[in-house]
Design a protein around this ligand. Structure first.
Ligand SMILES: [Zn+2]
Ligand SMILES: [Zn+2]
Length: 147
């Protein structure tokens, strides 16, 4: 049993889910790209009955067949579900408190993959705390770096 907690950026919407074998995957479809602003979206699928919201999300119809929960205050995309006969809900990996344990099992909507963005491990990498400009802004305003 995997226990997952997560929520939006501002903290207004939180959730808890427990699932036996949550399936993690990437969706590359254009609707998911627009819904998240990302090159693709990482989802973790859990049974709808396993999810409890703590602070209700808002929902919008992203197509004739699906709707998506999001935070009405900060806009964080929280998931995806079919409108009719939904048995599962996909939670956005990025909204999980601890996404580190999940490994994607497959790509969905592979016809829409943006190949240049799939594997960036060969690119030069910079730690955020090596960026003096941003570090100074955080230290001046907050006194510490973000978690
Ligand atoms: Zn929020
Ligand atoms: Zn999609």
């Amino acid at each position: 049993m995997t226990c997952m907690t997560g929520g939006c950026q501002c903290g207004r919407v939180r959730y808890l889910a427990e699932a036996d074998e949550p399936d993690a995957y990437l969706c590359h479809c254009a609707m998911c790209r627009r819904a998240t602003g990302g090159a693709s979206i990482a989802f973790v699928s859990v049974p709808l009955a396993a999810l409890r919201w703590q602070g209700e999300p808002a929902w919008y119809r992203s197509s004739e067949i699906a709707h998506r929960p999001f935070c009405p205050a900060c806009g964080t995309p929280l998931g995806f579900a079919f409108v009719d006969d939904a048995t599962d809900i996909d939670l956005t990996l990025g909204s999980l408190d601890d996404p580190t344990g999940f490994v994607p099992s497959h790509n969905y909507a592979s016809e829409s993959i943006l190949p240049a963005w799939q594997d960036t491990s060969h690119l030069p990498s910079t730690r955020s705390d090596d960026n003096a400009n941003v570090t100074k802004r955080w230290m001046d305003k907050v006194g510490k770096l973000p978690d």
